[in-house]
Design a protein around this ligand. Sequence first.
Ligand code: QAP
Ligand code: CO
Length: 167
Amino acid sequence: MSILKLTYYPEEILKQKTSTVSEITAEIKTLLNNMLETMYYKDSGIGLAAPQVGKDLRVTVLDVSEERNQPLKLINPVITEYSGKVDSKEGCLSIPGFYDTIKRHEKVIVGYLDEDGNSQSIEAEGLLSRALQHEIDHLDGILFIDRLSRLKKTFFQKWYKKNAPFE
Ligand code: QAP
Ligand code: CO
């Protein structure tokens, strides 16, 4: 296993829609394990998407458990149902140190493939629902700052000028 190098705002790969995985190879499985290791290494990480480690693939890993022992590996995830709306604060490992509140669906159902290629679905609310929406956004080239109001985006730009570059 290895710790992967992260990509940071405003790198181009974070703005691009990822490619669907057509075959679950050993390479994909290794990538998922390395993404999990990288996420756990960044102590407060609860989700990481492939573009954040420089890969153009529709895969993401998550773990919202306190004990950090409930890893999820999602291949080709899609939101199939959603309901409700809720405001909550978010951050992103690709924009370290910046947090702001955005509105998201309260509940979601996400369909995906597991590592064995079986179709699965997760019904989620709370932190997992938010994390799933945040990570699936990454796979579509969307960062949480793209969902901020114009005023808050202006504030982000000021914050970024003061704090960039990351790493
Ligand atoms: C996405 O985000 C998320 O700024 C995952 O300095 C966000 O793991 C899901 C992190 C909110 C649900 C709610 C951010 C670590 C981690 C930082 C993360 C930082 C160190 C963000
Ligand atoms: Co993120």
